[in-house]
Design a protein around this ligand. Sequence first.
Ligand code: 5GP
Ligand code: MG
Length: 195
Amino acid sequence: MTGSGTIEVHTVNGDIETVLLTEEEILRGTDRVAEEVTRVYTGTQFTVVSVLKGSCIFASDLIRRIPIPLELAFVGASSYGEGTEAGKLVVNFIPSEKEIEGRRLLLVDDILDTGQTLYRLKAELLKRGAVDVKTCVFLDKPSRRAVEFEADFTAFEIDDTFVVGYGLDFDGHYRNLPYVGALRREIYEQARPGV
Ligand code: 5GP
Ligand code: MG
């Protein structure tokens, strides 16, 4: 305890340099994608497969705007970043056989960057017996693509800037920001090397 009576609180908001997408803009984009998804899947059985951890916020807002029956499943995947083997994807967990076989799946991810994650996950789910796999992303950075891959549904296209918030992290933090923003330079510079 100090005698000053004030404690300086470090908020995640204070680490943001610029806001790229406000909460309102995000929800308008999510509404539009939800309508497109609803149109495509009306009259069919389908399962939304949220790619953890990044897509948890987008997927939860998205499914609450889709007024037709759907099931929900999760897949866990992580890609190694710079400094390690490029494009190496680790699938930490995958839905059970009965949640995949013979099912129509909508894979939902936070961001389509090089394309490796969704390209590989889609192939894996088809190999395990899904009849159809479509993809839906919150953000798309088309300029970064390393494999030929396009999402079936996209909420927003952005330039090649590293962004955080609304599920997207930097070193495990900032997923809880309700908007999408770019971090202040000092934050990167303070980070552990290789992160
Ligand atoms: P891809 O396999 O398409 O290259 O990579 C997708 C993954 O890379 C995303 O799910 C995300 O984890 C990470 N990623 C790519 N760009 C960004 C970004 O701008 N911000 C954050 N936080 N993660 C990113
Ligand atoms: Mg991810």
